[in-house]
Design a binder for this molecule. Structure first.
Ligand code: ZN
Length: 358
């Protein structure tokens, strides 16, 4: 495995998140992850590092309602109010969110137009933001804005969005639910046990978008969790992308599904993340010849989030890293583990109802 070209969007302003000291989201994780990448030697060879160009209001309006943006800007001036119970306003919230959206947009454009190899944004992945509302710690939907920007400017016709965050990408799904130009594929913990309570296997899109939405919910974790994750990603990603033929891939690579994460009941490990990264990277190479943006998403245990993200970026950069045993204590599923029956049932349902999987 030789090293690979990889772009990284890193911006100190990603750390300016101000939800408060008691909130699960802090800027520390972004800073610590970037610093870990440096210590591990990942940033040395064949890596381009760039800052984020903040998103403009015109770019936000590709997805968001003018009144919602106006409302966020107002709250951003005073720091008073909330987008939802879990997403309180803070001073500078609008500017902060524009930098994060801009990180995804900048990386996506650099990948697609200038460099033709994948880029990672160290922030982004705000898949719970809807056109007219925020929530789930998310303000503006950088993923949807990036996809819409490419479509609106007629740079690409077909975009695939892959999500592996513990939470279902309800905002992203809703935005493209009737859109046959965007295939959304989300792997997440089932809505019966986790926020936002959606993303069931029978949500497959509607009207012209019917069959362009794939959801693969996982049951709360067991000892075989990693096996189920890798199995599902391997069954779905290569086939769906080969049939959909995307021009560009956006991957929301949230790591809050890690075994030590306090916000989900999944039990994935850094090894599981590395295995799915290999599958997704191969699909990026084969389908878009390297044109892709990978965003951060969730991750709320500082240590496991930093190492999970570093483990993904190491694979993307074609570099080997040593993951210390204390990170997930060899809790990757044993070689004898097999997926539980529900995963086969879900795949059968998808193969019956989604033409890209037939
Ligand atoms: Zn999440």
């Amino acid at each position: 495995m030789g090293t690979r070209h990889l772009g990284i969007i890193w911006d100190e302003r990603f750390c300016n998140v101000g939800f408060g000291p008691e909130h699960p989201v802090s800027g520390e994780r972004y800073k610590e992850t970037f610093s870990l990448l440096g210590k591990l030697g990942i940033l040395k060879e064949n890596i381009i590092i760039s800052e984020a160009k903040p998103a403009t209001e015109e770019e936000l309006l590709l997805v968001h309602d003018p009144n919602y943006v106006k409302n966020v800007k107002k709250m951003s001036e005073t720091g008073v109010g909330e987008l939802s119970k879990d997403t309180p306003a803070f001073r500078g919230m609008h500017e902060y969110a524009c930098v994060c959206v801009g990180g995804t947009l900048t990386g996506a454009r650099m990948s697609a137009i200038d460099h033709l190899f994948p880029f990672v944004s160290m922030a982004g992945g705000y898949h719970h933001a809807f056109p007219d509302k925020g929530g789930g710690f998310n303000i503006y939907n950088d993923i949807a804005i990036t996809a819409k920007w490419f479509l609106k400017n007629e740079i690409f016709e077909r975009i695939a969005i892959i999500e592996t965050d513990a939470h279902h990408g309800n905002g992203t799904q809703a935005i493209f639910y009737r859109d046959p130009n965007v295939l959304t594929i989300s792997f997440h913990e089932t809505g019966t046990s986790l926020y936002p309570g959606t993303g069931f296997v029978n949500e497959i899109g509607e009207k012209e978008g019917k069959g362009y939405c794939i959801n693969f919910p996982f049951e709360p974790g067991s000892a075989s969790s990693d096996i189920e994750l890798v199995w599902a990603v391997r069954k779905i990603i290569p086939k769906a992308l080969r049939n959909f033929l995307p021009d560009f891939i956006i991957w929301q690579a949230g790591v809050d599904s890690h075994i030590d994460d306090p916000l989900s009941n999944l039990r994935f490990t850094t090894q599981g993340f590395q295995e799915i990264t290999k599958i997704i990277l191969k699909a990026i190479d084969e389908n878009t010849k390297g044109k892709a943006i990978i965003t951060a998403g969730g991750g709320y245990n500082l240590k496991s989030a930093c190492w999970s993200y570093a483990s993904i970026i190491a694979i993307l950069a074609g570099k080997r890293i040593y993951i210390p045993e204390e990170v997930d204590q060899n809790r990757y599923a044993s070689p004898n583990a097999v997926p539980r029956p529900y995963v086969f049932e879900q795949l059968r349902y998808l193969e019956k109802h989604v033409s890209f999987l037939q």
